[in-house]
Unconditional design. Structure first.
Length: 336
């Protein structure tokens, strides 16, 4: 087949000679683009990150200082109420309301990072200096780590030279008011003992029964913490005129399929989805009875320089205070 143009003339193919001038200016890892060199690279100054950093439980807790690695407090209970009637002139009893001394260990959280001197010196996109950026990222990660520890089911551990101190989390404290297929702590003293079971579907009967038990014990719960899957299950399972799911608001042209607050005979509860809750667990908590004590607040420290790099970490030390675990409840090993 002849190589001719539409008008019948010979179609002479252009001779293209690749230029090597400035080839090092092209984008790294890309071939020449039609042999044009010097194409300027475009890199956005925005670094996108959707990793969740919300910590609803920590944010809700009251804060106080810790003075030792083992922080202690006291709890007590009143004598049972009774029909109290006495004969005139009779001697009084000698009852004594004792207090119980309990505590929790502080837990050290830290994350280290290392940045080469070269990386610290070059012009990086999206941040001024790499060392400061890495320190900021580690601070965000530690915030999430603390939420995991606070909401965990582990018991406290004094640690040793070979093992770290560990704080008791919410699930390791609650022993009095529980429901579900799980082994719960036998004492609400922070020693733990929780073990998850096989699991069952989230249901209103267990939930309402736990609320009744909590009220009888004297608790005044106001928050329900759970993961997203159990939040969806709660919306589907909890019935009542306060749970208006799947309704259409004509004036706003939207479908409502949510439940934030749940009015019960025992009080109003606010449901709080928390990404860092233990799988299968639902905490029904009286917020005023939970505090976070800080021995060392989060701090960025530069470590000894080794070689041609900058080494640092962000470190802090905290613990969880459960003023009275009987004011809260734990439903465990539930599924959607």
């Amino acid at each position: 087949m002849s190589n001719r143009a539409i008008d019948g003339s010979a179609n002479i193919a252009p001779v293209i000679t690749a230029s090597t001038y400035g080839s090092d200016l092209n984008r790294p890892g890309y071939p020449d683009e039609n042999f044009v060199t010097g194409i300027r690279e475009q890199l956005s100054e925005i670094i996108s990150d959707i990793s969740p950093t919300e910590t609803p439980f920590y944010t809700r807790c009251a804060k106080q200082s810790a003075k030792n690695t083992y922080t202690e407090w006291q709890t007590t209970t009143l004598q049972d109420a009774e029909l109290n009637a006495h004969i005139e002139g009779a001697d009084s009893g000698a009852e004594f309301n004792k207090t119980e001394r309990i505590g929790n260990y502080t837990q050290i959280g830290k994350r280290g990072f290392r940045v080469s001197s070269t990386v610290q010196s070059v012009d990086t996109a999206g941040r001024d200096k790499e060392y400061a950026y890495q320190a900021l990222q580690k601070g965000k990660e530690l915030k999430r780590d603390l939420e995991v520890a606070l909401l965990g089911t582990q018991g406290r551990d004094a640690g040793s030279g070979a093992a770290p101190r560990v704080m008791c989390g919410v699930g390791g404290w609650i022993a009095t008011n529980t429901a579900g297929d799980a082994t719960f702590p036998t004492a609400g003293d922070g020693t733990g003992g929780f073990a998850a079971g096989v699991g069952a579907s989230f249901n209103q009967a267990d939930f309402d029964e736990l609320l009744e038990t909590l009220w009888t014990e004297g608790g005044e719960p106001d928050r329900v913490y759970l993961r997203a899957d159990l939040m969806s299950a709660a919306v589907a399972a909890l019935e009542g005129n306060n749970n208006q799911r799947g309704t259409i608001v004509a004036t706003e042209e939207k479908v409502v399929n949510s439940m934030v607050r749940y009015q019960t005979p025992w009080g109003l509860l606010t449901f709080v989805p928390d990404r860092f809750m233990p799988a299968g667990s639902v905490y029904v908590l009286e917020s005023a009875k939970w505090k976070v004590a800080t021995l060392r607040g989060w701090k960025q420290e530069k470590l000894a320089k080794t070689g041609d790099s900058m080494h640092g970490h962000v470190v802090g030390e905290h613990t969880l205070i459960s003023e009275n675990e009987a004011a809260s409840g734990h439903l465990a090993s539930y599924t959607k």
